[in-house]
Design a protein around this ligand. Structure first.
Ligand SMILES: [Zn+2]
Length: 466
């Protein structure tokens, strides 16, 4: 993560120079020497920066190449792009053709092109050498993967939703059905691991990246399916993208998940051309439908839409899309911004406050060593005792579950919320059921899969057997 202060962005080649030079020194020294505080032994560790997570503008700056939306703007392949007319003028798009794979860039080729290029004469989109390509073992063609949060959530998901909601040129237009979608969204009770409850589609311009993420993965398909809001051919097409991204976000990804995602994404890209075609606006309005002239859907192949072509390769290189996504970084940025209160000496204030936070953490850990009940996990682990009078029927059921016929309510402790295995679990007795639902559980046993509600948590006896 890097910071800069000022009215404009710094030149990345200058800004990152000290960082790159120190990585090169560590590489040539064979690592960093340090002393293990626990054993007092001398150790040597290598420090590497194999990948960098950047949004599209930072990526083009970092690689010293043309910005997204220009010819040869893709950092991973040599797609040139074509200029197409838009309502406001022209834009460069990158149409895909099934069975015509894009030629991928290589590190060697990029280094050669960068040496030939100047700012006035770009070579395949490159303006010259970039400092990050001098990081040891850094591959400029593959080490700056397409970033998921900006590319897919704020990019593709938002692009398609905006077309469905605002572009009246095709059958994809759904604005008249917004109230149905809103009704559907309002009825969703997400678990408390999802920070925000869904907001109205009317506010789509204000939706945050995480709202687009949940729209993409969980809400869009059932919401659009409801009352056939989006015409079936567009919905089926959207489903290709949703399923592919689901595969690429799994915690454990097998080669067949990637292969399937690649097929789905290639189909998704190919079909955009025919699905998102629109009627030539220059044709007289009274022309019969069977004589309409159609203009290709190439206008939809924006930079972000093109980037999804490379996502399976990114996952092969770096792991699930979440490994290089900006979501974690953005969360940290928010926390860091909250550490700054003044307008002068921002850098000093941030440094001092970070040191302070670090010192508090060190103290907490020291306390935890001697007084575990006061340590950093203590607050989180505190379970919420609930005063529930279990009726005779419930006690009878518990007797069966626990296998103790003599069980009485005096042996039981009832909780509304508990922490186990590092995760907080809420029961129905904890939550306001009109807003959230974290208490519905999927239960698997040898006979099948069931769904049920966690009403409360119970421990039996002092050892906490539950
Ligand atoms: Zn590309």
């Amino acid at each position: 993560m890097w910071f800069f202060f000022g009215s404009s962005k710094p030149n990345l080649n200058s800004f990152l120079r000290p960082f790159v030079l120190s990585l090169r020194k560590i590489h040539s020294d064979g690592g960093v020497d340090w002393v293990d505080p626990a054993t007092n032994e001398n150790r040597k560790s290598m420090v590497r920066a194999p990948f960098s997570s950047m949004d599209a503008p930072a990526r083009s700056q970092g690689l010293n190449m043309i910005t997204h939306g220009g010819f040869f703007a893709c950092g991973m392949c040599l797609v040139k792009g074509v200029s197409v007319p838009t309502i406001r003028g022209h834009k460069v798009v990158y149409p895909s053709v099934l069975d015509e794979p894009f030629v991928l860039r290589t590190a060697e080729q990029m280094r050669e092109e960068a040496l030939q290029a100047t700012r006035a004469h770009a070579v395949n989109g490159l303006f010259g050498p970039s400092i990050i390509s001098y990081i040891p073992r850094f591959d400029p063609a593959r080490s700056v993967p397409n970033e998921f949060m900006h590319g897919c959530c704020l990019g593709v998901s938002k692009t398609f939703a905006s077309v469905w909601l605002t572009d009246t040129r095709g059958d994809w237009y759904i604005k008249p059905s917004i109230s149905w979608i809103d009704e559907f969204l309002a009825a969703i009770l997400p678990p408390d691991t999802i920070k925000r409850v869904p907001r109205s589609v009317l506010l789509w311009l204000k939706w945050k990246a995480s709202e687009w993420l949940f729209w993409l993965l969980f809400y869009s398909v059932p919401a659009l399916l409801e009352f056939w809001t989006l015409e079936n051919k567009f919905l089926q097409h959207w489903l290709l993208f949703v399923k592919a991204i689901h595969n690429l976000l799994l915690e454990e990804i097998e080669p067949y998940h990637i292969a399937e995602a690649r097929t789905l994404l290639n189909l998704f890209l190919e079909e955009i051309r025919s699905l998102y075609r629109y009627r030539d606006p220059n044709q007289p309005a009274e022309t019969p439908r069977n004589e309409w002239r159609w203009l290709s859907g190439d206008w939809m192949y924006t930079f972000n839409v093109h980037q999804i072509y490379h996502l399976p390769t990114v996952v092969e290189d770096t792991g699930g899309l979440w490994t290089t996504s900006a979501f974690d970084f953005e969360d940290n940025i928010e926390k860091l911004v909250n550490l700054i209160h003044g307008t002068n000496n921002i850098d000093k204030e941030l440094r001092d406050n970070l040191q302070l936070l670090e010192s508090i953490e060190v103290l907490r850990r020291k306390v935890a060593e001697t007084h575990p009940e006061e340590g950093p996990e203590a607050g989180k682990a505190r379970n919420h005792v609930l005063k529930v009078d279990l009726d005779g029927d419930e006690v009878q059921k518990l007797k069966l579950v626990v296998g103790d016929d003599q069980l009485t309510t005096a042996d039981l402790c009832v909780y509304s919320r508990v922490t186990f295995n590092g995760k907080v679990h809420s029961s129905r007795s904890w939550e306001r059921p009109e807003k959230r639902n974290s208490f519905t559980a999927k239960i698997k046993d040898s006979t099948g899969v069931f769904y049920g509600e966690m009403l409360y948590f119970i421990t039996v006896g002092e050892t906490g057997a539950s």
